[in-house]
Design a protein around this ligand. Structure first.
Ligand SMILES: [Zn+2]
Length: 314
C-alpha cells in the first residue's frame, strides 16, 4: 500500500513539474515604468502622458511606480492628480510606490526612508485604498549591507508591501539624455539614430538574459523590464513592444510574472547597486562577475552620455 502511495506521489510531482514548465514555455515579459509622473515631459504634450496613451492603444498591461513628489513639479497639481486617479482606476495599470522624493536608501537612516515611503502613498492610497502592494526602491538600492536590507524588509512587511524585482533594464535614462540633447539641438536624424540604438540594444540584452535564464534555470523565466517615464520611451517603447510581440513574447502583468516561485528565491546580494534579480539569485560573486562580463557592450552610448554631460557642465 505504501508503495502505491509513494508511486502516486511521484506521478503527482512529475505532473506538477510538467505543468510548471509548460506554463512557462511561452516567453513572457512585464513592462514596469519608474519615476512617474515625469510632469516636465508632459508640458511638451499638453499636460498628457503620451507614453501611457500609446500603451493603452497597444492594449498591454503595465505597472507604474510613482514618486508623488513629482506631482508638484510643473505647477499643474490638479491635472496631475486627475491623471493619477485615472491610472489608479485603470484595470490594465498596476500602480506602485517609488517613495515621495526618490532618495537612496543606503544614504539614509531607516526612519527618514520609511517616512518617505509613507509620504509617497498619500494620493495613491486615497485612490486605491488598501490595494497598494508593490514597492520599488529608487535606484534599486536595497541598502549598503545585510543589516540595512533586513531592517527595511521588516518595515516593508509591516506596511504590506512587496519589493518589486526587475530582470532587465537597458539604461533607457542614459539613451534618453542623449536623445533629448540632439532633439534640443534640432538634430532629429541623430536623435532617431539614438532611439533605434536603444531598441536594438534592449533586444540584444533581452537575448543575453534569455541565455542566462536557460543556463541557470533550464527554461525561459518570465522577465520584468524596467524603464522610465520619458520622451524616449514615448517614441520607442511601443516599437520594442511590437518587436517582442512579433517574436512570440506575451506582454503580461507584473502579478502574473510573480506567480513563478522562482521569484521567491533568496536575494544573496547585500550591496547597494541596482543589479538584476538574475544576479541576486546567484550564490557567489564570482558567478555574478562571470555573467556580467558577458553582457552586451553599451560603451557607445556611455561615451556619448559622458561627452554630453561634460559639455553641459562647462
Ligand atoms: Zn526611480
Amino acid at each position: 500500500m505504501m508503495d502505491v502511495i509513494k508511486q502516486m506521489k511521484r506521478i503527482t510531482t512529475i505532473l506538477l513539474v510538467f505543468l510548471a514548465i509548460s506554463c512557462h514555455a511561452q516567453k513572457g515579459i512585464a513592462i514596469t515604468i519608474d519615476d512617474v509622473p515625469n510632469t516636465k515631459n508632459y508640458i511638451r504634450n499638453n499636460n498628457q502622458n503620451v507614453l501611457f496613451e500609446k500603451l493603452d492603444t497597444l492594449n498591454v498591461p503595465y505597472t507604474i511606480f510613482v514618486n508623488e513628489g513629482l506631482l508638484y513639479k510643473n505647477g499643474s497639481l490638479e491635472n496631475n492628480l486627475s491623471l493619477l486617479k485615472q491610472w489608479c482606476a485603470d484595470e490594465r495599470v498596476t500602480v506602485g510606490n517609488h517613495t515621495f522624493s526618490h532618495g537612496r536608501y543606503s544614504e539614509l537612516d531607516i526612519g527618514p526612508f520609511v517616512m518617505d515611503i509613507i509620504k509617497g502613498q498619500i494620493h495613491i492610497g486615497k485612490y486605491m485604498g488598501d490595494s497598494i502592494r508593490y514597492f520599488r526602491f529608487p535606484y534599486n538600492d536595497l541598502g549598503k549591507d545585510s543589516i540595512q536590507h533586513t531592517r527595511v524588509n521588516k518595515a516593508l512587511d509591516s506596511l504590506n508591501y512587496n519589493v518589486t524585482p526587475f530582470t532587465i533594464e537597458s539604461s533607457d535614462w542614459m539613451f534618453n539624455a542623449v536623445y533629448l540633447h540632439y532633439l534640443d539641438q534640432g538634430d532629429t536624424a541623430k536623435a532617431n539614430s539614438v532611439g533605434n540604438q536603444y531598441v536594438s540594444k534592449t533586444i540584444e540584452l533581452l537575448h543575453f538574459y534569455e541565455s542566462l535564464s536557460s543556463n541557470q534555470h533550464q527554461r525561459s523565466v518570465h522577465q520584468i523590464y524596467l524603464c522610465h517615464d520619458n520622451a524616449l520611451n514615448q517614441m520607442y517603447l511601443p516599437i520594442i513592444i511590437q518587436h517582442l510581440k512579433k517574436n512570440d513574447y506575451q506582454i503580461i502583468s507584473l502579478q502574473q510574472v510573480l506567480t513563478d516561485p522562482i521569484y521567491n528565491q533568496k536575494d544573496n546580494y547585500h550591496k547597494k547597486w541596482g543589479i538584476s534579480w538574475f544576479y541576486r539569485w546567484m550564490s557567489t560573486k564570482e558567478e555574478r562577475y562571470h555573467w556580467m562580463t558577458l553582457e552586451p557592450d553599451f560603451s557607445e552610448i556611455e561615451t556619448e552620455f559622458e561627452k554630453i554631460t561634460k559639455h553641459n557642465k562647462t
